[in-house]
Design a protein around this ligand. Structure first.
Ligand SMILES: [Zn+2]
Length: 448
C-alpha cells in the first residue's frame, strides 16, 4: 500500500465553481474505487491579504491510501475532474494539482505552506520544491494553482484546526436565492454553540452559513468536531434539495494567517501581523465612516484602520486615546498616494489604558454652583450669587474609560475565514484526529 497526498487549487472564478466542490466530486469517485482516506479532505485557507485574490483563497488536499497499481488511475481521475470542473475560460483561473507520495510530508513543504498562509510565495519556488522531492505537478494555463496545491499538502493543520460541513446545491438552483428556514438555523446555533461558530451574526441576526453568489455552495457549518457539524447539519431545514455534502478539516477560525512581529518596522505589505504599539495619533473618521488612528513604537509609526463593516471593532477603535497601548491584528495595505501603509484591523487587544482627564472650573464656595471663567488669568465668577475669586483654580478630573483591557474582535459578519472568533478562544486543539469517523460518515452518498 502507498500513501498519496493530492493538492488542488484555483479551479473557480467569481462567476462559477468552487474548489471544495471539485474535491467532493473526486472524493466520491475515489471512494467508489475502494480508496481509503487517512484524513478528512483538508481545506487550507491561504493568505487572505494577497493582492490578486479577491475570494476565499482556499486550497484542498486529499490524503489517501491505495495500492501501487491504483496510482495512475487515481491521478487520471483527479486531473480529469479538475479539468472538467474548472472555469478555464476565466482569465484569473489557473488550476494546479500536486501529487506527493509517502507517509511523511517534507518539512520544506510545511514551511512553504506557512509562508503561503502568512505571506507571499513564488510559483518558481513551488516548482523547485516539487522537483526536489519527486512530487508531481500538473498545472493549467500559467500554472499558478500549483502554489496553493503544494501549500495544501504542506499545511498540516497541526497547530489548531476546525471542521466545516459544506452542503452543495443542485445545478438548476445555482445562481438563485438560497432557500432555507432561518428559524432552524437560529435554533441550531443555540443548541450547538460554542462547538459550532459563526452561524448567525449576533448584532444583526443575519444568517452567516449561506454565502451569496452563483457558486455551488448552499451552506457551510463550522465547528470543533466532525460530529458536531454533522449534527448541526441535520437540524438545518433546507427548502431546496441538497445535491451532496462533505465534511472538511480546515484552518478556518484559527488565526493561522497572523504572524506576531517584534516591532513596527518589521511590517511588510501583504503580510498579516500582530504588532504592539502605543496610540500616537488619535482616531479620526475618514469618508465612508472608517476609523483611522496610528500606533508607534521606538522604531516607527503605522496607521491602523477599522472599516465600517467591522461593526463593534470600529466603535471600540473610535474610543482610543493617545497613550493607550494596544496590539493590532490584521492584514497590511501597502502605501498609496492617498494613505500611508495601514493595518486593516481584524482585532485589537487593549494592553494599557491612558488616563482620560478633563479640567473643570471650580465650584462656588457660597452656593456650590459651577463658576464661570472671566478670561485667561482673570479668575472666576458665580453666575448665581455673583461671588468672584482670583484665588480659585481649575481642577483636573480623571474620567472613567469606556474600554476594558481585553481583546476586541471584528463582528462575525465581517470576519475572514481565518479569523479566530472570540468563541473559539480556549477550544484550540493541536493534535490531528487519531482516527477517522467511519466511511460515508463525512460524505453523503450522491443523489442519483
Ligand atoms: Zn455662588
Amino acid at each position: 500500500m502507498t500513501v498519496l497526498h493530492v493538492g488542488i487549487d484555483d479551479t473557480d472564478s467569481p462567476r462559477m465553481g468552487c474548489t471544495t466542490y471539485v474535491a467532493s466530486l473526486i472524493v466520491e469517485k475515489l471512494a467508489a474505487k475502494g480508496v481509503s482516506f487517512i484524513d478528512y479532505p483538508n481545506l487550507v485557507r491561504l493568505n487572505p491579504n494577497v493582492p490578486w485574490k479577491t475570494r476565499g483563497n482556499g486550497a484542498l488536499c486529499l490524503r489517501l491510501r491505495c495500492t501501487e497499481s491504483q496510482v495512475e488511475e487515481i491521478k487520471e481521475t483527479v486531473v480529469d475532474t479538475v479539468e472538467e470542473n474548472s472555469d478555464l475560460d476565466f482569465a484569473g483561473t489557473e488550476p494546479g494539482v500536486v501529487f506527493c507520495f509517502g507517509d511523511t510530508i517534507p518539512e520544506k513543504f510545511t514551511a512553504f505552506a506557512k509562508q503561503a498562509i502568512q505571506g507571499i510565495v513564488k510559483l518558481s519556488d513551488a516548482v523547485k520544491l516539487v522537483k526536489a522531492f519527486q512530487a508531481e505537478a500538473v498545472g493549467f494555463k500559467t500554472q499558478r494553482g500549483i502554489i496553493g496545491a503544494l501549500a495544501a499538502i504542506g499545511g498540516n493543520l497541526k497547530d489548531d484546526h476546525t471542521y466545516e460541513l459544506i452542503a452543495y446545491r443542485t445545478p438548476q438552483n445555482r445562481g438563485t436565492k438560497r432557500q432555507l428556514d432561518p428559524t432552524s438555523v437560529a435554533e441550531m446555533d443555540k443548541k450547538t454553540k460554542p462547538l459550532t461558530f459563526n452561524n448567525v451574526d449576533p448584532e444583526t441576526g443575519r444568517i452567516l452559513i449561506t454565502p451569496h453568489g452563483p457558486d455551488p455552495i448552499f451552506y457551510g457549518i463550522r465547528g470543533e468536531t466532525a460530529t458536531v457539524v454533522r449534527r448541526a447539519h441535520r437540524m438545518v431545514k433546507a427548502t431546496e434539495p441538497i445535491e451532496r455534502w462533505t465534511i472538511f478539516r480546515t484552518n478556518h477560525g484559527t488565526d493561522a494567517h497572523l504572524r506576531k512581529i517584534a516591532s513596527i518596522e518589521e511590517i511588510q505589505p501583504f503580510n498579516p501581523v500582530v504588532v504592539k504599539g502605543k496610540v500616537s495619533k488619535a482616531p479620526s473618521i475618514i469618508p465612508r465612516r472608517h476609523v483611522v488612528f496610528a500606533i508607534s513604537d521606538e522604531t516607527k509609526q503605522v496607521d491602523c484602520a477599522a472599516y465600517e463593516p467591522t461593526g463593534e471593532l470600529r466603535k471600540i477603535a473610535q474610543k482610543l486615546l493617545v497613550g493607550d497601548v494596544i496590539e493590532a491584528y490584521g492584514g497590511i495595505r501597502p502605501p498609496s498616494k492617498k494613505r500611508p501603509m495601514t493595518v486593516n484591523l481584524e482585532k485589537l487587544k487593549i494592553l494599557e489604558l491612558a488616563a482620560k482627564t478633563v479640567s473643570q472650573n471650580p465650584l462656588c464656595p457660597q452656593c456650590c454652583r459651577r463658576m464661570e471663567s472671566m478670561g485667561v488669568n482673570k479668575g472666576f465668577r458665580c453666575p448665581k450669587c455673583g461671588f468672584r475669586s482670583t484665588e480659585l483654580k481649575k481642577s483636573i478630573v480623571v474620567k472613567s474609560r469606556d474600554l476594558k483591557k481585553k481583546l476586541y474582535v471584528t463582528s462575525p459578519r465581517s470576519q475572514r475565514h481565518l479569523t479566530k472568533p472570540l468563541s473559539r478562544y480556549g477550544l484550540e486543539k493541536s493534535n490531528r484526529p487519531d482516527k477517522m469517523i467511519s466511511n460515508w460518515f463525512w460524505i453523503n452518498k450522491p443523489v442519483s
